[in-house]
Design a protein around this ligand. Structure first.
Ligand SMILES: NC(=O)C1=CN([C@@H]2O[C@H](COP(=O)(O)OP(=O)(O)OC[C@H]3O[C@@H](n4cnc5c(N)ncnc54)[C@H](OP(=O)(O)O)[C@@H]3O)[C@@H](O)[C@H]2O)C=CC1
Length: 254
C-alpha cells in the first residue's frame, strides 16, 4: 500500500504527511487535495513523492488509501458527488462523523475505517485507535506509531472522548505558569520550568512496567507537597466533575 490520498490538508493532514515522509528511506506516494494552497505547495516542495491534485476526485482516483480529514461541517461540500471505487480503503478521521453518515455521503461500498490519529503521528509516535479493524488501515497506522483497533463504535467513542481532554492538559500547564508569574516569577522562567517538569512526567509514562497509580505513588512523599495538592485540589469532587464532563461528551459523540 504505497499510494495515499488526503482530502483536507490542515493540521492533522499535514502531521500525517510529515510522519509518512520526514526522514524515511522510502516514502509512499502521497496525493493531496488542493485546498490550502500554501500548505500543500510547501509539503510537495519539501518531500519527494508528494503531489497536489487538481481536485478531490483526482485524489481518490490516484490513491489506494484515502484519508478524509476535512472539518465535520465541510464534509458534504468536500465529498458529495465523489466517485469512490470499492477497491479503495477510506479512512475517516473526522471527529463525530460515524461511518454510516460518511457512507451516505460517499455512496460507496468501499471499506470505511474510522481512526483517531493524534498530532504525534508527525513523529510516528501516535497510537491510533481504529474501527473496524482493517488490514490496510491498521498497517498504515502501524507505520505512524501503532494501530489500536477496537471492537465496536461504542468503544471508539470512549477513546474519542479521551482525546477531548488534551487541550485541558495544556491549559492546566498554562494556568500553573500564570500562577507562578502572579507570584513575581518572570514568565519565561516559569514557562521553561513547567515544560521541563512535565516533559519529565511524560517520559516517565513510557515505563509500561509501572501502573499510573504506581507512578503517582512513586512521585509522592507521604504528607508531602504533591499529596497536599492532590488531596486539596484534585479531590473526589473534582475527579467526579471530570467524569461528568466526559459522560456529557460521550453522550454527544453517540
Ligand atoms: N487536529 C487534530 O489533532 C485532529 C483532527 N481530527 C479531525 O480532522 C479533521 C480536520 O481537523 P484539522 O486538521 O484540525 O482541521 P483544519 O481546519 O486544520 O484542516 C481542515 C482542512 O480541510 C480543508 N478543506 C475544507 N474544505 C475542503 C474541501 N471542500 N476540500 C478539500 N479540503 C477542504 C481546509 O481548507 P481551508 O482552510 O481552506 O478551509 C483545511 O485545510 C476534523 O474533522 C477533525 O475532527 C482528527 C484527529 C486529530
Amino acid at each position: 500500500m504505497e499510494r495515499i490520498g488526503i482530502i483536507g490538508v490542515g493540521e492533522i493532514g499535514r502531521a500525517i504527511v510529515t510522519g509518512l515522509c520526514d526522514g524515511v528511506d522510502k516514502s509512499p506516494e502521497v496525493f493531496l487535495s488542493p485546498r490550502g494552497a500554501g500548505t500543500v505547495a510547501e509539503l510537495s516542495a519539501r518531500y519527494d513523492g508528494v503531489q497536489v491534485c487538481a481536485d478531490n476526485q483526482e485524489v481518490v482516483d490516484r490513491s489506494e488509501l484515502v484519508i478524509i480529514a476535512v472539518r465535520r461541517q465541510d464534509r458534504h461540500e468536500a465529498l458529495a458527488g465523489l466517485r469512490v471505487n470499492d477497491d479503495r480503503t477510506v479512512v475517516n478521521v473526522m471527529a463525530g462523523v460515524a461511518n454510516d453518515d460518511l457512507r451516505r455521503t460517499l455512496g460507496t461500498d468501499a471499506p470505511l475505517v474510522r481512526a483517531i490519529p493524534l498530532p504525534s503521528v508527525r513523529e510516528r509516535r501516535s497510537v491510533t485507535v481504529t474501527f473496524p479493524s482493517h488490514p490496510v488501515a491498521d498497517a498504515f497506522f502501524e507505520r505512524l506509531g501503532g494501530a489500536q483497533p477496537v471492537a465496536d463504535e461504542a468503544a471508539f467513542n470512549v477513546f474519542s472522548a479521551l482525546t477531548g481532554t488534551l487541550t485541558s492538559h495544556y491549559a492546566y500547564l498554562a494556568t500553573l505558569t500564570s500562577w507562578a508569574a502572579a507570584q513575581g516569577i518572570a514568565p519565561d522562567d516559569a514557562d521553561r520550568y513547567i515544560r521541563s517538569l512535565f516533559q519529565g512526567v511524560g517520559r516517565a509514562l513510557s515505563d509500561g512496567t509501572r501502573s499510573l497509580q504506581q507512578l503517582a505513588a512513586d512521585h509522592e512523599t507521604p504528607n508531602g507537597n504533591n499529596e497536599r495538592i492532590r488531596t486539596t485540589w484534585f479531590d473526589a469532587a473534582n475527579s467526579e466533575a471530570l467524569g461528568k464532563a466526559l459522560d456529557g461528551l460521550l453522550d454527544h459523540l453517540k
